[in-house]
Design a protein around this ligand. Structure first.
Ligand code: NAP
Length: 218
């Protein structure tokens, strides 16, 4: 009869073989078999997410409040936003996010923005933003516009919008900064999905403030 140690060693060796790499994977940590299909044409830009969540996974309070987050933006740490956005060609954000940032003065983006909405009309966009914001009725329309502009890398922002882009395989990178606060309720980053989504962890940085930032590839 095998001892527990031998049995575990055997299982590890088997997993090692199956994983095909130097590190044995715990069965619970093996990549999920199912992935969202990547249905993007080769000319489509890659999608990149850079977002902060509470430890329990919310990107805003239910009323859109970001007060729990603003303090962490002000601690003087470099969380990499400037470097991230310097590598982008354009931004695609949902109407919910647009309604938050539209009130910022000055307008915080130097990059062109695609605003994704099924309800907004171009006439509802403030005149001073009209030349900076293009409306699109779907992720596919946003990607077509971005591709037509020759953009290669698109910053995707807003919870529902990120989920919609992920569902069509149009997000290749996620940078998630977890703020050490539990909100209990709010607007989620993730929700129900048609299938498991396998992510590859790239790195994680813990900042003195307690913010923990992880980068994943899909
Ligand atoms: N913590 C952070 O780092 C962070 C970052 C970004 C945003 N936020 C906050 O998150 C909140 C917004 O997030 P959210 O998840 O509510 O919304 P969101 O993704 O910004 O916007 C949702 C809206 O986008 C449009 N949309 C989404 N998917 C679509 C699709 N497949 N086709 C067409 N239109 C689509 C719809 O607009 P219509 O209803 O007009 O059709 C939808 O109601 C805001 O409070 C914002 O301040 C936080």
């Amino acid at each position: 009869m095998q001892t527990t140690g031998v049995r575990i060693a055997t299982e590890v060796a088997t997993l090692h073989q199956h994983a095909g790499g130097p590190f044995p994977l715990h069965p619970l940590h093996q990549p999920a078999a199912k992935r969202y299909p990547n249905t993007m044409p080769p000319t489509a830009p890659t999608g990149h997410v850079f977002i902060a969540t509470s430890l329990d996974g919310f990107i805003a309070r239910a009323d859109g409040g970001l007060d729990w987050l603003t303090g962490f933006n002000a601690v003087g740490e470099d969380h990499g936003y400037d470097a991230f956005i310097a590598g982008m060609d354009g931004i695609c954000m949902g109407r919910g996010t647009f309604e938050t940032v539209a009130g910022f003065d000055p307008w915080p983006y130097h990059l062109p923005v695609i605003l994704i909405s099924r309800t907004l009309q171009a006439a509802q966009i403030a005149p001073h933003l009209a030349s900076r914001v293009t409306l699109a009725a779907s992720p596919a329309a946003a990607l077509a516009h971005a591709a037509a502009q020759g953009w290669r890398r698109l910053y995707i922002d807003g919870g529902a919008t990120i989920r919609a882009f992920m569902a069509i395989g149009a997000v290749q990178e996620l940078v998630i900064s977890r703020v050490p606060v539990l909100l209990g309720a709010g607007l989620p980053l993730f929700g129900a999905a048609a299938a498991d989504v396998a992510l590859r962890h790239v790195n994680t940085t813990a900042f003195p403030s307690g913010l923990v930032q992880s980068r994943y590839r899909l």
